[in-house]
Write a protein that binds this ligand. Structure first.
Ligand code: ADP
Ligand code: MG
Length: 663
């Protein structure tokens, strides 16, 4: 059901809703709050320095508006509250000024700097707090679409006919677990009456989401079991060995084993469906190249897919280099090709004159036709969701598929989420690799950090500096990164080149700066987002991560893997004033699997961007780590349901199946 059928949503709102990924009524009602604010008045006398507070009162002074560079602004005013007068500052809400008249009643949410008696507000609402606590839903919004509007639309949709909202849980399990019905659960999640009720509703919705997900995995596995028509090839071991022997290094034991397993798969008539897992820097790429070479020798085309253009170009250049003494025709296919070049390449793929192609998602678009596609490899597979996995297999051809991922995941968890695949694992790092020296530093030790950075720069090495993610609703993060750039400029700007990439940048602009860093034109790269996974800049020898406590260990490990890729001694500095014990795990181990186990055990607040970047983990409400038990149950149930031929709930099965290609 289209979201436009919800009363009150006109063309303008519709466009904005589409912009944040909401197209159907189902999308709307599952646009869950990303946070809840518990509105209960704080007693400012009792809270600690920098604690989060909520306070209401009357505006006492005319707000003063300050404007800074980069479009940043700040409002300052005084507020009379039940616990005395306090100062309030808020960033980037200049538009509130006219409404913040003297005497206006406002509710302020933010961090209280007790020593200065100032609250740095993350939000200001008009009105006063009641006696009871109130739970308020906070949604991801977009310019022109407010939290209140979203809440209104959601609630209007919830008043519609139940039939318009799909329930993916078969009745059998709803009854078995005494689940709330879907509408009730949705109502509670969007308008929680209490924390307890909220928990109950969430469990039901999480189960549903995981059930649908696991159904897909089980379904894919079952399809794979039933399918016929894989390619059985003759493998030319002699030529492949000669190729391996000519490499400038010897393969590690794990690499050899992975190559072996893949060649065996290629040789068999059953289609390969394999995940190649390996820690950052473990050398997965060469394994992929060898497989492509083997596939070429048996007369088939290969496609290598990576999530970003930078990575694609990196692979393309390396592949060309490694195969330069052959007459294998290798081409590049990305979204930024012009029409004519693109047409040229499509022609070559269709008539078979191109043997290997490296590209982004563009490779699996419907208009790309291959003459004899035998092998598809996706790098950094954790960025490709299950839906894209299915897409690859639905192209009407039956190529062997190899997925590569640098996110080491615990075995139990892998069995679930990658339950439809075979897994090869590379644990051992290539010989001579020096572990990245890792140190946890406090904010007070910044001087030492800057000195260490200077040392590296003097030796003509490059540095990554990572600041926490910019969250849409938290302007204070933006200040962080801009302030950070100013600080870096102050310290190093006269002699070194500093640049910044962040998530709000257009991908073209991002690629450009990443490219300059790669070419050595930028010495310090500040980044708020993930520096592209897999990017190889051998000359970068240091990574400095601010607010390291805000990242999961696996993410930190991934980030750390950006350095120490060559022979140079590399360093990783983790800056944080809290969570030091957890971070110290990074000082003592470099084993990604061990780290991910620890991460998994500790969980904490979850992995800020680990979850975001991973196509497979972008659940709307479930969290595969903290909801692992529900996941396992959902896996079991969905499999039972899939294989149960006696149930004639065809409509629901169809719904679940269809969600494989959309969802
Ligand atoms: P990842 O597994 O993170 O994708 P890469 O495939 O990019 O790692 O490999 C990292 C670096 O290690 C590359 O520069 C690659 O050439 C090199 N490398 C790969 N295998 C070996 C090996 N067996 N011995 C030495 N260096 C290797
Ligand atoms: Mg890689």
């Amino acid at each position: 059901m289209e979201v436009s059928s919800v009363k009150g949503i006109g063309p303008k709102s519709l466009a904005l809703l589409n912009k944040i990924g909401i197209y159907t009524v189902d999308d709307l009602v599952t646009h869950y709050p990303f946070r809840y604010d518990v509105l209960k008045r704080s007693n400012l006398k009792e809270v600690e320095q920098d604690e989060k507070v909520i306070i209401d009162g009357k505006v006492e002074s005319v707000p003063i508006l300050l404007r800074f560079k980069a479009g940043l602004n700040k409002l300052n005013f005084r507020l009379v509250t039940a616990s005395g007068v306090v100062g309030v500052s808020i960033f980037n809400r200049a538009f509130l000024k006219p409404n913040l008249e003297i005497g206006a009643n406002v509710i302020v949410l933010g961090k209280f700097d007790k020593s200065k008696n100032v609250i740095t507000a993350s939000d200001i609402k008009f009105g006063l707090l009641g006696k009871e606590e109130k739970i308020e839903s906070v949604y991801h919004c977009t310019n022109g679409l407010t939290n209140k509007q979203i809440s209104t639309y959601v609630n209007t949709a919830l008043l519609m006919n139940s039939k318009d909202i799909t329930d993916f849980i078969p009745e059998k399990y709803s009854v078995k677990y005494k689940f709330l019905n879907k509408k009730t659960a949705l109502n509670i999640v969007h308008n929680p009456p209490s924390a307890l009720k909220l928990r109950e509703a969430k469990v039901r919705l999480k189960y549903e989401e995981l059930f649908a997900f696991m159904f897909k995995i089980n379904y894919l596995k079952e399809q794979h079991r039933l399918e016929k028509g894989g390619i059985a090839r003759d493998i030319d071991f002699e030529k492949i060995n000669a190729f391996i022997n000519k490499l400038s290094f010897e393969l590690t034991k794990d690499q050899k084993k992975a190559v072996d397993e893949i060649l065996k798969d290629l040789n068999k008539k059953v289609r390969m469906n394999r995940l190649l897992q390996g820690d950052v820097g473990s050398g997965k790429t060469i394994v992929a190249f060898i497989s492509m070479y083997a596939n070429y020798l048996s007369g088939y085309q290969s496609a290598l897919m990576a999530p970003t253009e930078i990575l694609v170009i990196q692979h393309y250049n390396n592949l060309k280099e490694i195969l330069k003494n052959t007459n294998i025709n290798i081409e590049l296919l990305t979204g930024s090709l012009n029409k004519k070049d693109r047409a040229e390449i499509l022609k070559g793929l269709e008539d078979g004159s191109i043997d290997m192609v490296v590209g982004t998602h563009a490779l699996i678009q419907n208009d790309v036709i291959y003459k004899s596609l035998g092998l598809v490899i996706t790098d950094e597979q954790h960025r490709f969701g299950v839906n894209q996995r299915a897409n690859l297999q639905n192209k009407g051809i039956m190529p062997d598929v190899l997925y590569m991922s640098a996110t080491p995941i615990p075995r139990t968890y892998a069995l679930t989420i990658y339950g439809d695949m075979d897994v090869s694992t590379i644990k051992e790092l290539p010989k001579g690799r020096k572990p990245v020296q890792t140190f946890v530093k406090s904010e007070q030790e910044i001087k030492e950090v800057l000195e260490a950075m200077h040392e590296e720069l003097k030796n003509n090495h490059q540095i990554y500096v990572i600041a926490p993610l910019i969250e849409e609703s938290e302007n204070s993060d933006l200040t962080n990164v801009i302030e950070l750039k100013d600080k870096m400029n102050l310290a190093f700007g006269s002699k070194f080149r500093i640049d910044l990439v962040h998530g709000k940048m257009a991908s073209g602009a991002k690629d450009l700066i990443m490219g300059e860093f790669k070419n050595g034109k930028v010495d310090i790269l500040i980044s708020t987002t993930v520096i592209e996974v897999g990017v190889d800049v051998a000359n970068a020898s240091m990574i400095v991560i601010f607010d390291a406590n805000r990242f999961g260990l696996s993410t930190l490990h991934q980030l750390r893997g950006r350095v120490g890729r060559g022979n140079t001694e590399s360093k990783c500095l983790l800056i944080s004033n809290s969570d030091t014990k957890r971070l110290q795990i990074m000082e003592s181990t470099h084993d990604g699997f061990e780290i991910s186990e620890e991460d998994f055990k500790l969980r904490g607040h979850g992995d800020l961007f680990g979850t975001k970047q991973s196509g497979d983990m972008t659940f709307k409400i479930a969290d595969v780590r903290s909801d692992y038990k529900i996941l396992v149950q959902a896996k079991e149930d969905s499999n039972e349901y899939l294989l149960d031929t006696s149930n004639n709930d065809e409509k629901l099965k169809k719904c679940l199946m269809e969600s494989i290609n959309h969802g």
